[in-house]
Design a protein around this ligand. Structure first.
Ligand code: SAM
Ligand code: SF4
Length: 474
């Protein structure tokens, strides 16, 4: 039987999380209005905040300070990301797992979990269904198991890219899987992955040890904390970090995430591409510890503060949250959301509209279709985007950081968002969504200055509408 690869660490791996220091920062007193204003001004100048400055915002609870933070986050989102929002879907490949994470339905001690790994033909069916809904970007999700080694992950990625259904194709495959060693990361990079995500879950050592039993693979805090350093050393410059909110004090976790982001930036010259901030959800076989439950109000604050702390890092909001809350917090700085998501294994073809707790990792809050989510976004004035141009033109890592400056969005991001939106409206949208979308495209075009850029974009949109040409990007 296959065994897990031996554990390795990055060069000079260090545990850069100091619990005592982060705890004392979150226990500091309420800052005065001037301190809050100085931190806000720094992030509006698009500079990353230090851990101490982030703590100032976390400790600001006076209603007027909180409102100022929300408003600054809204403004920064508009300035850096415009009104675009990138859409993706999760695809669960297999839920076999050697770990025993207290919060997850896939943990090995859950006897009720229906264990399953998609066969290649089943995987192709799932991808076909996703393409038929209009998806272009996926994240593949795996339990941690010797079966899901780097070669298996790479093969899954190659299979996904090979599926072509009608005008559909998957153009970017991200990964959320267990940490690998250097060779493993090289193997998955060669398959053409986008972002490799590993969430620390909790940065608080004692809590980490409580929810990840000793003797399990995930029970080794440093091996996990070091996961994306190894990825960087193996040449993956596009990584995603995350914390599972609800295991420990949310303010501590925000400081953990910011510490991690600053560490990667300082050591490898590139910060994380994305930060995820899932909130703990009910799951089969899991008794939730309510002590650190994150209220909706705290959740809004944490998103706004993350936005201000790391202006150029993408923020991912998932369908764990319900539709109304997602709609509200998007404006605080979210850059990516999933839509039309099903997280049961095989869920895009088999489960219908209902959720089946024995087959999924946790319960979703928003199970609307991609078309419905697109329509609401369009009505709210967002441009939903399936753009994958940067990554395919090699504009990733530090290059992406350089490019994410004013002017870049106007030249590349907005045109690419509009061309991928036009593909969706032409090939997959309901009549109602198409009408709202075409109206938004007209408004966006009207706001663009005349010139070659606009003419080239209009030409691309016309070709998509009238011909079979697809995947035209800038
Ligand atoms: N097995 C790999 C791992 O643990 O890193 C990767 C995939 S795991 C299925 C993806 C993520 O789901 C975890 O990192 C965790 O943050 C999240 N998750 C687990 N249980 C959850 C729950 N009950 N509610 C919300 N998110 C959960
Ligand atoms: Fe396994 Fe990941 Fe779930 Fe932990 S979170 S039990 S490692 S699938």
């Amino acid at each position: 039987m296959a065994t897990l690869a031996p554990m390795t660490l990055s060069e000079k791996a260090v545990d850069f999380i100091d619990d005592a220091s982060l705890t004392s920062l979150v226990e500091a007193t309420e800052p005065d209005a001037r301190q809050v204003q100085d931190c806000i001004a720094k992030s509006l100048a698009k500079q990353a905040l230090s851990v101490e400055e982030t703590a100032v915002l976390l400790n600001a609870t006076a209603p007027e300070s909180v409102e100022r933070i929300f408003e600054a986050a809204r403004q920064l989102k508009r300035d850096v990301y415009g009104n675009r929002l990138v859409l993706f879907a999760p695809l669960y490949i297999g839920n076999a797992c050697v770990n025993d994470c207290a919060y997850c339905a896939f943990k090995r001690s859950n006897p009720d979990a229906i264990r399953r790994t998609l066969r290649p033909d089943e995987l192709r069916q799932q991808v076909t269904a996703l393409e038929n809904h209009g998806h272009k970007r996926l994240i593949l999700v795996f339990g941690e198991h010797p079966r899901y080694d780097a070669e298996f992950i790479a093969e899954s990625v190659r299979t996904v890219y090979s599926v072509r259904e009608g005008h559909g194709s998957i153009r970017r495959v991200n990964i959320n899987a267990a940490p690998l060693d250097h060779d493993g990361y090289r193997t998955v990079k060669a398959a053409g992955i986008g972002t490799y995500q590993v969430f620390q879950e909790t940065y608080h050592h004692e809590t980490y040890a409580r929810v990840h039993p000793e003797g399990t693979r995930k029970g080794d805090y440093l091996h996990r904390l070091d996961a994306l350093s190894r990825a960087m050393e193996a040449g993956i410059d596009d990584v995603g970090i995350g914390a599972l909110f609800g295991l420990h004090d949310w303010r501590f976790e925000v400081l953990g995430l910011v510490t991690h982001a600053l560490y990667l930036q300082a050591r490898y010259g590139v910060g994380p591409h994305t930060i995820s901030f899932p909130r703990l959800r009910p799951a089969a076989g899991v008794t939730l510890d309510e002590r650190y439950r994150v209220s909706d109000d705290a959740f809004k604050r944490l998103i706004a503060i993350l936005r201000l702390a790391v202006p150029y890092t993408g923020l991912i909001l998932t369908a764990r949250e319900d539709a109304a809350l997602r709609r509200e917090v998007m404006a605080f700085g979210v850059s990516q959301i999933d839509a039309g998501s099903r997280i049961e294994i095989g869920g895009y073809t088999e489960a219908g509209d209902a959720q089946c707790m024995e087959r999924e990792q946790f319960q979703l809050g928003d199970i609307r279709s991609l078309d419905e989510v697109m329509r609401e976004l369009l009505q709210d004035g967002y441009i939903p985007s399936f753009c994958t141009a940067c990554y395919r033109l090699g504009r990733t890592g530090e290059h992406f950081m350089e490019f994410a400056i004013p002017g870049f969005i106007r030249r590349y991001c907005t045109p690419n968002a509009l061309s991928t939106l036009t593909e969706f409206l032409t090939d997959y949208a309901s009549a109602e969504t198409r009408a709202v979308g075409e109206q938004l495209i007209e408004t966006e075009l009207a706001a663009m200055p005349d010139g070659t850029g606009k003419r080239r974009l209009q030409d691309v949109l016309a070709r998509i509408r009238k011909t079979d040409e697809r995947d035209l990007f800038f």
